[in-house]
Write a protein of this length. Sequence first.
Length: 201
Amino acid sequence: MTTFFLIRHALTDAIGRYLPGTAPGTPINEAGRSEVAALVERLRNVPLSAVIAGPLERAQQTALPIAESHGLRLQVDPLFSEFSVGDWTLRPFSELAADSGWQRFNTARSVSRPPNGELMLEVQQRAVVRLLQLAEEHPSASLAIVSHGDVIRAALMYFLGMPIDLFLRVDVLPATVNVVTFDGHTPVVRQVNGGIDPPVG
């Protein structure tokens, strides 16, 4: 059985303020560094075979200490990068609130694309396809995947069989661990927004 620990990056100054998107920068902040230290301790006794992160700074800053604590080289995979929000990148939420396109995007994600950005369905596809590939490559291993809120949310919704337009029903908080297992047949979501207790069964 393959076990994935899907981890959203730790806190940054952007959360709740603006859309960092795929722009460079936006490091984790002081509170985020404390969250990472706690993650390292909580994952210390988990027998991880690999730690994989998206290419953005905040994901790698969260993932690298986890990898180092297990004596592993951090692997970087662009398929776990942030949702590309195109022209909305770096715009504050207060400014986006009056944008009809933003309002539509937050009610019908399946058909609403950010200007010059990705569909959430495209984000879901790239993340899920890569997870399925990794499950085939590591049939009896535990892997930590450090990515972004909407990327992990999209993957969880796929495994839960939920339509992407119901995305507001699933939240993924910073520095939390979401557990999904693969037994070669059916993926099972074992935990959302929790610690790292081993899945049962």
